[in-house]
Design a protein around this ligand. Sequence first.
Ligand code: GLY
Ligand code: MN
Length: 457
Amino acid sequence: MTRDTRPPYAGTRPPKLADDSPGFLARIGHGWAERQVPAPVDDAAAKAAAAHRARLSERFPDRTLVLSAGHARHRNGDADYPFRPDSDFVWATSCQAEGAVLVLRHRPGGHDPVLYLTPPAGPGERDFFASAAHGELWVGPSAGLAAWSAALDLPVRPVSEYAAPADAVRPAELSRVVSGLRMIKDDWEIAQLREAVEHTIGGFAAVAAEVPRAVAGNLGERWLQGTFDRHARTFGNGPGYSTIVGSGEHAPVLHWVRCDGPVRPGEVLLLDMGVEAKSLYTADVTRTIPVGGGFTPTQRAVHDLVEAAHRAGMDRVRPGAHYSDFHFAAMEVLAHGLADWGLLPVSVDEALAPEGQQHRRFLACGIGHHLGLDVHDCGSSGYEQYQGAPLEPGMVLTVEPGLYFHAHDETVPPELRGIGIRLEDDLLVTETGQDVLSGALPIDATGLERWTREQTR
Ligand code: GLY
Ligand code: MN
């Protein structure tokens, strides 16, 4: 007997596909074993967030505060971009749930916290199968409100009960204060940053190991970018910012994330890459390596100058120094080097004066920044809190001087054109000086040549 494979509506107008067939509804809602899903946050993370809330509470003794995780950006139709929660919210909760809201309602002597969350849609609810955002059949099982409450030791309510308080601190003011508080990292945050750096160093090794394949297979910069991103997604949450891989004439482009060029022997390859840990703290490290395993004399000379500037800058990262000190120390070394090469149209003193700055033609960017939950962390702080402030133990900064000679720069000798070198390390300010978290990667040209060869052996 042959089966009739024609659909039941054959010969008529197809019916609208609907989720309300009585048979389907009767069948989908039950017969599922109950599952206990723990909240994806451990005790140490929950305790760190509680301590952060306590610091925040002290700053606003008689005001109500609201922090929101936010929502994924809409992409098209029913598709969104990947969700990444707001960093201030994560700092205060260690929760990464989309749409969550934390309210800290003031009372005499402190604040009462309530976390509002979207409950997961389980069997028996329509959203179980109908909500692509929350339905278990779409997104997998998620922790319920009781599990979150137990993990974070806070009252947790359904987000449908949330009503914006009339007297809350304005978001811009709150974000400026949280930004300042986030500048000093506690032990748990430092451990997260160390983990992010460790995985980043692993990612550098993975990328360097793939360079011969990228060259031989003509797979180009994209292959190396993908290699790092896969590593970051495997060992952390993903890349902490768009991965920068620039070979040859792309190396001088400060943020070359297009990565659509080839990788050729003889070129320098600038790798600016950071793993964002699962806790969302990110590393931000740059090394420039020789594609064939050895720098040319000119490439090495540029690298040596950047290394000298990097060492001078890193040495100024210590408590009591001003934030801007490492910037100026590195700039001074670079300006002298450029003058020695005849690349400054004025004296070094004139170039270093605020109205001069001619040397910055070859590095039109900053030389570092705070690092934490965001790659450019604490960016909502004002000048007095950030550039104008002294360094304190617990701060984590990048130092990242570079020299960028573009292929079409007619003011430099042809042999310099198309060389871009940056060195970037992540530094913790300690009680006595600095701890270079990314110090396992070499910063000198010879060390980098050796390291590069070791990865491809
Ligand atoms: N790593 C990218 C930046 O600091 O701008
Ligand atoms: Mn950086």
